[in-house]
Each structure stands twice: as C-alpha cells, then as structure tokens.
Design a protein around this ligand. Structure first.
Ligand code: NAI
Length: 397
C-alpha cells in the first residue's frame, strides 16, 4: 500500500489512508504552532476515522533551520519533496534580508507554479469583531498568484533601465502621458488570458462543488481596460464556455464588481458574496479587509494551489512573530485552520469539521491564546500548548 497522494486522470486526488505529508516547521513561532497543529490534527484524524486513517508527517527544511543545517535557505530537496508528495504544509518563514535572496514564500509559489492564493474568510463565534454582523461574512477569495504586481517587473526612477524604458515608451509607443518623466519609477502589470482562465475555472469549480454557487469577478476594468478589463472579459468567457450547463441549472451564478465598489459592498452586505476571483493586487486588499471584519487577521488560514497539477501548500498567513517566539504564546489557529483546509482538500472533511467545531467551543468558553482572549468578555488567556490541549479535549465525532 503506497503512502503517496497522486493525481487521478480527471484531475482529482487519490489519497491513501496514511498519506505522507511534507511539512516545514517554520521560523520564529513556527516550531510552536506546528507542534500544536500536528497534535490537534493527529487527534482529530484518529478520533474521527477510528484509527483507520493517519497522517505520516515528513519534515522538510526551509528558512533558518535549513540555512543552519545545509547553508541554503530553500534546499532543492525541499522543492523536490513538495513536488513529489503533491500536498504539504508550512509554518511562517523569515524573509532573508539582503544578499539577493528571494522571499522563500515567493520562491515556493513560483517553483511549483501555485497560481491560486486561496483565502477562506469566516467568523468564529466568540471572536471579537469590529462589525455588527460578522456571522454574515463567509467568503472564499481566489487571488491570482503569478501575474499582475507579483510579476515584480519595475524599474526605479533615475536608473538607466527606467530611462531606457521611458525612451522606448515615448519614441516607439508614442506614450506622452507620463506626467513627471524625469522622476518616475515604472512598472509593468501583465494579466493574461491563460492566467485568468485557470484562476476563474478553479473558482467556478469550487463554487459549484461547495454549493456556494455565486462567483464574483472583482476587477478595475473601468480604468485598466485591457489588463483588469481583460480579466473580467476572459473570466466571463471561460465560465460561459466551460460551465454553461451549471449556469443554466442554477448551480453557478457569475457576476462582477469593480474593486472599490466591492470593498464598500463587502462591508455593507457581505452576505452577497460567497466566492471571489480577482487579480493579485485587488486580492491582497480584499483578503485582509474581509479577515479584519471577522476579527481574524491573526488566525486566517491560507493555501497556495495549482489546481492543474494538484500541487498545494497550506500555510499560516501571519509571519514569524519574532517578538513572542519561544514563549509559548503564539496563536496556532492560522496553521490549524490551514491544516483543516488541507484535510478538506484531500477529502477528509469530517476531521476538518470536528476541529472547527472544537475551536468554536473553545472560543465560546473564552478559551483562546492571549491575542484573542484579551478581547473576549469571558476570556481566559491560554498558552499555545494549553490551547491545543483544549481543542483536543473539545474534539468529538
Ligand atoms: P508578523 O505576522 O510576524 O508579526 C506582526 C505582529 O503580529 C507581531 O506583534 C506578532 O507578535 C503578532 N503575531 C503574528 N503571528 C501571531 C500569532 N500566531 N499569535 C499571536 N501573535 C502573532 O509580521 P512581521 O513582524 O512583519 O514579520 C516577521 C517576519 O515574518 C519577517 O521576516 C517577514 O518577512 C516574515 N513573514 C512571513 C510570512 C510567511 O511566511 N507566510 C508572512 C508574513 C511575514
């Protein structure tokens, strides 16, 4: 019996009962939140599936620990492991400063072409929120992960490259609209048909299979007609071409919204949105704004996924929190909830539901780490490890 998760011919996943899942512990609070996450997941999987299923955790190195042991921040062996085992999870990683080292997170996303940044946002009862009805917020954001500003193509004002590019714009493209050419930095925003189609296709599929139905394309096509406007047009085209039957049967409803209007509407009537597909920069603002509404900016889960190859890395969305590292104070919810996304992704939804219900019970009892407990009326601040123990105690079938 193999322990390998593989992709099936129809693009789904074939998952053995004891799959090997590579994990990166992460830097700073990473080891603490990873240990908490693994204990919660192991217990839930064991309980829910009566010992029939388990996860075989395989540690792979990245970040500070990798650098100490191998002299490399992101060893090729780690990339190979994520490639080979398809599904993995990671704690936060320090972004190495200087020396031309790329962000490790960006390197992982690019190396595996993880084109969707998936951010589900929902409220947990008991968590303090700045809005009146946080329970109305239940949106999954599909943020494009490889184009737009993430392409990282820009030149600093005054450099020979910026001057050369400006000359090209002026002399060969007839562009005379740069208001202060002598002191402008310049950037390029690529958005393609293929990039849009694969993102919107994944979001539409998700809206259908989860029964969420409504998919909203969020863009600034009123101003940037060919990039953001292209995203809107190609987005509609791909769903009309590939999901006509689902649209006809009412399983999928697609609309669009201009990004600034979306930010207003999502605050005033968040229940109108269920699945959002959007280019990179809009997605950055939208994910954090929605997470703030549910008081969950520190506990929001996330994943980076390539729905074509099946590669997926689930991750804590916060950083390494160096100020509290090693003190057993960090909130492990972001990584635990990311692991729940991972369980759903491999089809083990029952275990994910059990853990989310246990977290809800803990919050209802005022049991949380200090960052959340201090805002709860009945809040009891717990350490990372005690909170994990409380979640385990509250996990039942
Ligand atoms: P940060 O998220 O590490 O910390 C910001 C504030 O939030 C700090 O006060 C911290 O104590 C608090 N915080 C963060 N996570 C928490 C948790 N789980 N429980 C309780 N409090 C928590 O952001 P910062 O300081 O900007 O970045 C520190 C390092 O992390 C940098 O090297 C940065 O590049 C890296 N980073 C890595 C990310 C990743 O791997 N996905 C994401 C963001 C930052």
């Amino acid at each position: 019996m193999t322990n390998l998760i593989t992709q099936t011919s129809d693009g789904g996943l074939s998952v053995p009962d004891s799959p090997i899942i590579p994990y990166v512990e992460g830097d700073g609070v990473g080891p603490e939140v990873t240990a908490a996450m693994q204990s919660v997941i192991n217990h839930a999987v064991q309980t829910v599936y009566s010992g029939q299923r388990s996860i075989v955790w395989k540690e792979v190195l990245a970040g500070g620990k990798a650098y100490e042991r191998t002299g490399e921040w992101l060893p090729e062996e780690t990339m190979q492991a994520f490639r080979h085992y398809l599904v993995g999870i990671k704690g936060p990683l320090t972004t190495p400063v200087g020396g031309g080292v790329r962000s490790l997170n960006v390197a992982l996303r690019q190396g595996l072409d993880l084109f969707v940044c998936l951010r589900p946002v929902r409220w947990f009862e008991g968590v303090e929120s700045p809005v009146k009805r946080p329970q109305d917020v239940d949106v999954t954001v599909f943020r494009e992960n490889t184009e737009d500003i993430y392409a990282g193509i820009e030149w600093e004002a005054g450099t020979p490259e910026a001057e050369k590019f400006l000359r090209f714009l002026r002399e060969e493209m007839g562009v005379n609209k740069v208001r202060f050419p002598g002191s402008s930095s310049l950037g390029i925003k690529p958005i393609s048909r293929e990039g849009t189609e694969r993102l919107v296709r994944a979001a539409a599929q998700y809206a259908i299979t989860t029964g969420r139905k409504r998919l909203t394309l969020v863009h600034k096509g009123n101003i940037m007609k060919f990039t953001e406007g292209g995203f809107k047009r190609w987005g509609y085209e791909v769903v009309e071409r590939e999901f006509a039957e689902d649209i006809q049967a009412g399983r999928l409803v697609v609309d669009d919204c201009i990004a600034d209007a979306f930010l207003q509407n999502a605050l005033l009537k968040p229940e109108a949105y269920r699945v959002v597909a959007t280019p990179n920069l809009n997605g950055d603002y939208i994910s954090d704004m929605l997470a703030a509404q549910v008081g969950g900016i520190g506990i929001s889960p996330g994943a980076n996924i390539n729905y074509t190859t099946g590669h997926a890395i689930f991750e804590a969305t916060h950083g390494t929190a160096p100020d509290i590292a090693g003190t057993d104070k960090a909130n492990p919810c972001s990584l635990i909830l990311s692991a729940c996304m991972m369980l759903r992704h491999i089809g083990w939804s029952e275990a994910a539901e059990a853990i989310e219900a246990a977290i809800t019970s803990c919050f209802q009892q005022g049991k949380a780490t200090a960052d959340l407990a201090r805002f709860m009326k009945n809040g009891t601040p717990l350490s990372t490890s005690s909170f994990a123990a409380a979640v385990i105690e509250n996990t039942s079938i």
